[in-house]
Ligand binder design. Structure first.
Ligand code: KIV
Length: 308
């Protein structure tokens, strides 16, 4: 990719033009329409423009530039470390790669919790610099005033409830949510308060299916599930889980490919081809005249280490 572009005989690896690549751009309104019609929509995480192009060609409706980028791209042990500037930059790259797809940007830890004005400004940065269509915040009902301020400012918000990985340090790990009757009722109350405050969508992570079903029944907005059962209007998983690149996957994220193994085989092949000096065709040639001139000029130059 970084070499000057020269036509080669290698087969094209551009995403195929599919029926879906001609689809009109996906908007919040089209997702609402799909949810009302009972058409499930697909969401995947994505962190770069090249992959975004393929996912758009596949017809994925929403790409989430998740704070999981901190784990998947940067190798941190959890999402608490994901930097704000980094995520804004990645979001813009994903939108450039998939301009007809709805792009959801994750607001990372401490980009909105300290005070509401900072949260509104940072959400604005995701939309202006990051080209995001929506922002996602991990929240409970105590964040309803912030969600209302964002909605008032024209920022479509996805309220991420249930398991909230940004609380991992406080909770001592990633915990499922809503597993007792009281916790389930609290989740229903969170959903209600956040939708009333103006959330455009909900995302429920790691909760029992019947709790998500109750939220879907009550909520007037599309509900995305991530390990929350089949009643949700849309579903999201981490792309690298789907591609079979992560060491383990949650039970609801069944890999659809073995990309990790494909990378291993291709990289091993490269190591041995480099060792055997078996490269592809060499596209950068000199004319005979330039080669003669170069050879003569080199012969006249003092050799390195010799006295001038
Ligand atoms: O950041 C992320 O990838 C997420 C999904 C797991 C829902 O929030």
């Amino acid at each position: 990719m970084s070499a000057p572009h020269t036509p080669t005989s290698t087969p094209s690896t551009a995403p195929p033009a599919s029926a879906d690549s001609a689809r009109p751009g996906i908007s919040v309104r089209s997702i609402v329409k799909m949810a009302r019609q009972g058409d499930a929509f697909a969401c995947l995480t994505c962190y770069d423009a090249t992959t975004a192009r393929w996912l758009e060609a596949a017809g994925v409706h929403i790409l989430l530039v998740g704070d999981t980028a901190g784990e998947v791209v940067l190798g941190f042990p959890n999402t608490v470390h994901t930097p704000l500037e980094f995520l804004i930059t990645l979001t813009a790259g994903v939108k450039r790669g998939a301009p007809s797809t709805l792009i959801m940007a994750d607001m990372p830890f401490m980009s909105y919790q300290a005070d509401d004005a900072e949260g509104v400004r940072n959400a604005g940065r995701f939309m202006t610099e990051g080209l995001a269509d929506l922002v996602k915040l991990e929240v409970d009902r105590s964040f309803a005033p912030l969600v209302a301020k964002l909605a008032r400012a024209g920022v479509p918000v996805v309220a991420h409830i249930g398991s909230r990985p940004q609380q991992a340090k406080l909770q001592g790990g990633y915990l499922a949510a809503g597993k007792t009757a009281d916790a389930a009722l609290a989740l229903l109350d969170d959903a209600k308060a956040l939708v009333e405050a103006g959330a455009a969508m909900l995302l429920i992570e790691a909760a029992p299916a019947e709790v998500a079903e109750a939220i879907v029944r009550e909520a007037r907005v599309p509900v995305i599930g991530c390990g929350a059962g089949p009643a949700c209007h849309g579903q999201v998983i981490v792309l690298q889980d789907l591609l079979g690149m992560t060491p383990w996957q949650p039970a609801f994220a069944i890999p659809g490919a073995e990309v990790g193994k494909a990378i291993l085989a291709a990289a091993k092949g490269w190591v041995s081809r480099v060792g055997a000096r078996e490269l592809g065709a060499h596209p950068y040639a000199m004319s005979d005249a330039e080669r003669d001139a170069f050879t003569k000029a080199v012969a006249l130059r003092p050799r390195a280490g010799s006295r001038a």
